[in-house]
Design a protein around this ligand. Structure first.
Ligand SMILES: Nc1ncnc2c1ncn2[C@@H]1O[C@H](COP(=O)(O)OP(=O)(O)OP(=O)(O)O)[C@@H](O)[C@H]1O
Ligand SMILES: Cc1ncc(CO)c(N)n1
Length: 282
């Protein structure tokens, strides 16, 4: 069975972070491992506290994973400090990790800052050079490109700038646009829009984590980057469309669905009629 590893923060509320990643990877048909960078005391209304793992402990988590169940892809989410970013970069290069997806998490849906300013520079220096793809939302793309994004043309200019500054593909997510939820993928030789109808659901906590984990899971299974993004976009649209309404703020998504309405994935990562997800038909 293929496996993917999430290196990210824990969300006690279950909607984002490691919790979203493990659900997404499982339902996209790969075995999921995790190296936790920080605990957050968080729910749908906000982030109340953060406790970082030490660099030494994060090193041991990554070593434990790579020396035993080597991941076929790695997703990196919330990493709040430069010291932790350096550990991740060094360890992933040491293990020649493949298919690295970087979600440059900066601010939670609720508005809480999840990275310090110095660490944003370290992320650019240490993680973007080893990433296959990065998945900024619009505010993150503004910071990485150094330009404001108000229109689809701005999105294109900013994503192209980031893709020319760093050796990775860039998926600029349109969730923060007011109209359609269209995402833009810029690779060295191609540019492609992934169109998404905006789903009228205020419960979008963890959409970015879910999308990047679904991309990593599909890369782990051997799909091309373009196909992995396409499949991840279908997954996030399904999870938003499945309309869960939990908590008092921006709630989590519903992962207990499948793309055709009934079945989830078997251990080969193929849709299987024998393996029905509890709650999938609700
Ligand atoms: N209301 C919506 N309807 C349809 N798709 C959406 C909606 N909101 C977000 N998306 C999609 O969800 C994915 C994540 O995008 P978004 O810009 O919300 O990421 P993010 O801000 O990093 O998420 P997070 O809330 O986890 O920080 C993208 O594919 C985006 O198009
Ligand atoms: C732990 C964690 N990672 C990422 C996000 C971004 O959605 C969040 N809110 N919490």
């Amino acid at each position: 069975m293929y496996s993917a590893c999430s290196i990210a923060g824990s969300d006690s509320g279950g909607g984002a972070g490691i919790q979203a990643d493990l659900k997404t990877m499982t339902l996209n048909g790969v075995f999921a491992t995790s190296a936790i960078t920080a605990l957050t005391a968080q729910n749908t209304t906000g982030v109340f506290d953060i406790m970082e793992a030490s660099p030494e402990f994060l090193t041991k988590e990554i070593d434990a994973i790579f020396t035993d169940i080597r991941p076929d892809a790695v997703k990196i989410g919330m990493v709040s400090s430069s010291a932790l970013i350096r550990v991740i970069s060094e360890r992933l290069q040491f293990y020649h990790a493949e298919h690295i997806v970087v979600d440059p998490v900066m601010v939670a849906t609720s508005g809480a800052k999840l990275i310090n300013d110095e660490a944003i520079e370290t992320l650019k220096e240490e993680l973007l050079p080893i990433a296959e793809i990065i998945t900024p939302n619009i505010p993150e793309a503004e910071i990485l490109s150094g330009m404001p994004i108000k229109t689809a043309d701005d999105m294109m200019t900013a994503a192209k700038k980031i893709a020319s500054d760093y050796p990775c593909a860039v998926l600029c997510k349109g969730g923060h646009h007011v109209n359609d939820a269209d995402d833009l993928l810029v690779q060295k030789d191609s540019v492609q829009w992934f169109k998404g109808r905006r789903i009228d659901n205020p419960n979008t906590h963890g959409t970015g984590c879910t999308l990047s984990s679904a991309i990593a899971a599909n890369l782990a299974k051997g799909f091309s980057l373009t196909d992995s993004v396409q499949r991840a976009k279908a997954y996030i649209s399904g999870a938003l469309q499945a309309m869960l309404d939990l908590g008092q703020g921006s709630g989590p998504m519903n992962h207990a669905f499948d793309l055709n309405g009934e079945f989830v994935y078997n251990s080969d990562g193929k849709a299987s009629p024998e393996f029905r997800c509890a709650g999938g038909n609700q």
